[in-house]
Write a protein that binds this ligand. Structure first.
Ligand code: BES
Ligand code: MN
Ligand code: ZN
Length: 497
């Protein structure tokens, strides 16, 4: 689907479906929706609202034929909800719902009003960005492995979405908003693609290939032998039980001008987490192809960064490997020496993510960046605490955490802070080594976080546990069920700000 700007009035555009909107409780639509109502001989106000009881509740839709009164074939009316609750995130959400509705209508061409730029008075470029993001996130689906594409006759026919705006002053903003929204959504959808790929396809080597394929970055893949020489023993230990070679991936984006700051984005890249010798039971193992969601987000972010070209130096780091119980697998009780020299007793081979991140984070420290943020499907405990509605965030710098929480909110994502009290350090004490890789019964997300903190020196750092948000069982706002690309929009927003 292509998203374009069109300078026109809604009453004169030719398309299969024309999208207009209505706030809750409005009886006589004004503005552009009002003009469409007039052109339809008051069909919206006199029939849809008055007779059919359309309320304008958020995401409520109503489809009506135009019978040739305007060039558009059908009009899709969407509710914006209460004006006092309306904001940019609502535009993203309704755009996703609307585009999925037009798929059901077998539309080839859709034209839409610029939601939010009328009485709501939001900035045109941002409104357009939200429409682009929501539409691309909503229309996305992963049908690569279906031999008969389910909607060959539906979705594939949706060709263009045009944002219609007559006002000369808003045109340039709308164009820029579309461009930005498309890049951000495509980065998110790239992450979703990789998460959906089964573990037999999305191997560490495949992730390396994907990283190398992104233009505009310098990408280095560190192979096992070199990683060994560099002392990445905790990361490599996790890979020992698998026949898939580990790949340590370092992508770098350098701005053309002077870099405002340097940031490292680290993603957990366990392409399959069987639990290792501490094998997971079947139900817990079933979806563990998603254990590379942090790295998928990192790749999606780097792809978007290469296109958005911000004045920030951005590093994308992934210590990719598989956690399997093969003959050479690392064992409970093993003691490993991390790249930063700390010794770790392996209490449980299923707490593997933090072991790979230990070396990945320390590698990031050595790059001399200003800030490090990691994303990881790290703990079941985080899912218990926050469900699939929010990712857990923790770190060593409150300002940094607050800025990330804000950036997530602006991207339509939710980060919820969990504590990293010094007390948690007690829980990862080992009898024979510096620390162990588990933290006991309680506060599993925080004890995992306190473990990671051991490897970031004094660098400004935040950890985002996306175990609950990377793959959802049901639709949540603009995201249909399945892989979400969790973290991509949040981190991109942070970097762009
Ligand atoms: N990859 C899992 C965490 C996970 C759980 C991700 C559910 C996505 C959905 C992680 O490697 C893991 O197994 N964590 C253990 C840690 C424990 C052994 C200390 C857990 O959370 O049970
Ligand atoms: Mn695990
Ligand atoms: Zn894992």
């Amino acid at each position: 689907m292509e998203i374009k700007f069109k300078k026109a009035s809604l009453t004169e555009v030719e398309c299969d479906v024309l999208v207009v909107n209505l706030f809750e409780k409005v009886k006589t639509p004004g503005g552009a929706t009002g003009a469409v109502d007039k052109a339809l001989d008051n069909l919206i106000s006199a029939y849809v609202i008055k007779k059919e009881g359309f309320k304008g509740k958020l995401n409520e839709t109503y489809v009506l034929p135009t019978h040739g009164k305007i060039p558009a074939d059908k009009v899709l009316l969407v509710g914006l909800g209460k004006p006092e609750d309306f904001n940019l995130n609502k535009i993203r959400e309704i755009s996703s719902k609307v585009i999925r509705k037009t798929r059901g209508l077998k539309a080839k061409t859709v034209c839409t009003i610029l939601h939010g730029a009328g009485t709501a008075g939001l900035e045109a470029s941002q409104c357009a960005q939200m429409i682009a993001e929501g539409s691309l996130l909503g229309i996305y689906d992963f049908d690569k492995y279906k031999s008969k594409k389910e909607d060959d006759d539906k979705k594939k026919t949706l060709k263009t979405l045009e944002i219609v705006e007559f006002d000369e002053d808003k045109q340039e903003g709308v164009r820029q908003g579309i461009e930005k929204g498309v890049i951000i959504a495509n980065g998110t959808n790239k992450a979703r693609d990789l998460v959906y790929e089964p573990a037999c396809a999305a191997t560490p080597a495949k992730l390396a290939e994907e990283a190398l394929a992104i233009e505009g970055l310098e990408t280095r893949v560190i192979e096992k032998d070199e990683a060994q020489k560099m002392g990445m023993n905790t990361y490599l230990a996790v890979s020992y039980g698998s026949s898939q070679p580990p790949k340590f991936i370092h992508m770098k984006y350098t701005p053309s001008g002077k870099a405002g700051k340097k940031i490292a984005v680290v993603g957990k890249g366990i392409t399959f987490d069987s639990g290792g010798l501490d094998l997971k039971p079947p139900a817990a193992m079933r979806m563990m192809k998603e254990d590379m969601s942090g790295s998928a987000a990192t790749i999606g972010i780097m792809k978007a960064i290469a296109e958005l070209k911000p004045d920030v130096e951005v590093h994308g780091i992934i210590a990719a490997c598989e956690n399997m119980p093969g003959a050479s697998a690392y064992k409970p009780g093993d003691v490993l020496t991390a790249m930063n020299g700390k010794t770790i007793e392996v209490d449980n081979t299923d707490a593997e993510g933090r072991l790979t991140l230990a070396d990945a984070l320390y590698y990031a420290v050595k790059l001399d960046v200003d800030e490090i943020v990691d994303m990881a499907t790290l703990t079941g405990a985080c899912v218990v605490a926050l469900g699939q509605y929010a990712a857990g965030i923790m770190g060593n710098d409150q300002e940094f955490i607050d800025a990330l929480i804000d950036a997530a909110g602006a991207g339509g994502e939710r980060f919820w802070q969990l504590p990293l009290y010094d007390d948690f350090k007690d829980d990862i004490k080992s009898d024979i080594a510096d620390i162990k890789n588990t933290g006991g019964k309680y506060a599993g997300a925080s004890t995992a976080g306190i473990f990671l903190q051991e490897f970031v020196d004094k660098k400004r750092w935040a950890h985002i546990d996306i175990a609950g948000t990377a793959y959802i069982d049901k639709e949540i706002k603009e995201l249909p069920k399945g892989a979400t690309g969790s973290g991509v929009r949040a981190i991109l927003n942070y970097i762009l700000k």
